[in-house]
Write a protein that binds this ligand. Structure first.
Ligand SMILES: Cc1cc2nc3c(=O)[nH]c(=O)nc-3n(C[C@H](O)[C@H](O)[C@H](O)COP(=O)(O)OP(=O)(O)OC[C@H]3O[C@@H](n4cnc5c(N)ncnc54)[C@H](O)[C@@H]3O)c2cc1C
Length: 564
């Protein structure tokens, strides 16, 4: 077993040079079991992370646990868009669009390094399901609903305008298009930043700890049984209120409370493939309708890469095992090839794939239709466990506030404490997000002699916290070594993510924190051993543990490449 992490708290420099007290450790189960919490949140995807942050900011004693890593589930497998959702316009759901557009503005403000404006081109061809006039009207409405929170106002383009901007899109049948704006995010790092904000406000966080049972007295749930997946330790953790924020796993958790519980959600799979951007030659994000089934999908830029997504197929897959299938890959490549006829993408062009399960609220069944929001649902089980299901990345902050309001009411009824006022989750920046202009943050890195590509990678991933990485390089120059010949990441980032971002396994670093999994041709394979060595320095691994952790990553790669 890898050793217990080195834990602690200390003074760290924030990006503005002032020292702040920050706690960054993963709590052990023993620490969690010591004092009963007000709130135990199960699931450290964006939903659970948002709830833990909101609750901790209101002063609740909060515990957040996840069976894997932060954002291991759906929250690192999305289309990475922070958007109002054009499709809701088609369905006439203006309220949902309005709310999501407002949240888009909030996230652009509190995490400017992780959420960035993104221009889109929506080309329209003769015979498309949505004609150009209708699309234009829809995007007018979309921009109007954003009120003064627009990223930028849209533009209607004729055929020539579309081809001038995006010469590689299919010319045959093209009638024109609309250029509009939304935002893109680093989904895993947004979740991580939210968890770290919760930590900074006093929440305790334990990853790689699975809830295996619920504690009950007089029919009421008052905690959970946990099993540490790294050490095998078990513990019982007490809490006044338990929240199930486990996304596609939520019905499994509900059945720990009530074995007869009818399903609350149905799951559909969404897959993506990553290819080199030069193979498609696009500039903006491209919105397209698949020629296979008329569904709207995207080709999205990601630095030198593009990802294509998504599929939407009913799925009974185990959320622990979900991967993109060969059929998913073919569907995505065929759809992209139809929009970019010269690309001729084949499976050999695919660098990485990812797939996640959408947790869609079942209408009817256990829940009356009137209670159902098609986006998300908050419900209470017979033992009092609160389940939150559905939603999206874009609206997580709002969902969290709604849930914590209910928790605050319940705590007031339970022990008479005053109802807690709203937390300033829309105003306080997430860690690293204190400054919107990223460029000046990189100056110390350039002065240290780091390449421009590395400096811009560091400011984008870490925002103001890139200062901590520059400090590591200053203290130990060898940490400026790249981790991989084709990627800007450097060794100092491994030390930083292990010390301050709760990385516990090589996969945590290479997939969700630094993204070499998606952005290198060998998916970070050649960096795995060095990453294990550097993590081992921080976590006290001996030679055998370093070897085991590196091999674990290679095994994960073998499993994930089944579909490629
Ligand atoms: C393909 C796809 C594309 C999407 N694209 C977008 C998009 O572009 N924009 C957008 O706004 N939204 C998008 N969404 C929606 C968004 O990604 C999800 O709504 C969101 O990530 C769900 O987060 P969550 O925290 O509820 O669930 P998850 O992220 O799945 O987190 C649940 C967590 O619970 C943990 N867990 C489960 N069981 C246990 C247990 N027994 N003990 C401890 N922990 C447990 C899991 O390990 C997991 O980490 C997309 C969804 C999909 C599937």
């Amino acid at each position: 077993m890898p050793g217990e992490p080195r834990t602690g708290a200390g003074d760290v420099q924030d990006g503005r040079g002032s020292a702040t007290r920050e706690i960054w450790h993963r709590s052990s189960l023993e620490q969690l079991a010591r004092t009963p919490a007000d709130l135990l949140v199960i699931g450290a995807g964006i939903t659970g992370a948002g709830i833990a942050r909101d609750a901790a900011m209101r002063g609740l004693r909060t515990i957040l646990v996840d069976q894997h890593d932060i954002a291991w589930g759906t929250s690192s497998r999305s289309s990475r868009l922070i958007h109002g959702g054009l499709r809701y316009l088609e369905e006439g759901d203006l309220g949902l669009v309005f709310e999501a557009l407002r949240e888009r503005k909030t996230l652009l403000t509190i995490a400017p390094h992780l959420v960035q404006p993104l221009p889109f081109m929506f080309p329209v061809h003769r015979g498309d399901r949505v004609p150009l006039w209708k699309l234009w009207a829809g995007i007018w409405l979309y921009d109007l609903l954003a009120a003064f929170r627009n990223v930028r106002w849209h533009r209607l383009l004729g055929k020539r305008g579309v081809l001038q901007a995006e010469p590689m899109v299919r010319e045959r049948g093209l009638v024109g298009g609309v250029r509009y704006f939304d935002a893109q995010c680093d989904d895993a790092r947004l979740t991580l930043a939210t968890v770290r904000s919760a930590l900074a406000h006093g929440a305790q966080v334990t990853t790689h700890a699975r809830v295996t049972g619920l504690l009950r007295a007089d029919g009421r749930i008052h905690g959970a049984r946990l099993e540490d997946q790294l050490t095998g330790a078990t513990a019982e953790v007490q809490a006044r209120i338990v929240v199930n924020a486990t996304g596609p796993w939520c019905d499994r958790l509900r059945r720990l409370e009530d074995p007869q519980a009818a399903p609350l959600i149905r799951t559909t799979k969404g897959a993506h493939v990553m290819v080199r951007r030069s193979r498609l030659g696009h500039d903006a994000a491209i919105t397209l309708t698949s020629p296979i089934d008329g569904r709207v999908m995207f080709v999205l830029p990601w630095g030198e890469f593009s990802y294509i997504g998504t599929t939407d197929t009913d799925s009974g897959d185990d959320p622990d095992q979900v991967t993109a299938s060969a059929e998913d890959v073919i569907y995505l490549l065929r759809s992209a090839n139809a929009a970019f006829p010269n690309a001729r993408l084949s499976a050999a062009d695919v660098m990485a794939t990812w797939a996640g399960l959408r947790a869609l609220i079942c209408t009817g069944g256990a829940v009356g239709a009137s209670q159902v929001s098609r986006e998300h649902l908050i419900t209470e089980g017979p033992g009092g466990m609160v389940t939150i299901a559905g939603g999206k990345l874009t609206t997580y902050r709002k969902m969290a506030a709604e849930l914590v309001d209910q928790v605050a009411d319940r705590l007031h009824r339970l022990d008479g404490r005053p109802r807690l006022p709203h937390a300033a989750t829309a105003e306080e920046p997430l860690p690293g997000g204190e400054v919107a202009d990223l460029e000046p943050l990189g100056t110390p890195g350039l002065e240290l002699g780091l390449p421009i590509a590395t400096v811009s990678h560091l400011t984008r991933l870490f925002g103001t916290e890139c200062a901590a990485i520059f400090n590591l390089v200053r203290e130990r120059r060898t940490l400026a070594q790249p981790l991989h010949p084709d990627h800007p990441a450097i060794e100092a980032e491994v030390i930083h993510t292990t010390r301050r971002e709760l990385a516990m396994q090589v996969e945590d670093v290479l997939v969700r924190r630094l993204h070499l999994y998606y952005e290198t041709a060998d998916q970070g394979r050649s960096a795995a051993r060095r990453v294990a060595e550097l993590m081992g320095e921080e976590l006290g691994w001996d030679g055998a543990a370093v070897e085991r952790e590196a091999v674990r990553y290679l095994e994960m790669l073998a499993h994930s490449s089944d579909s490629k």
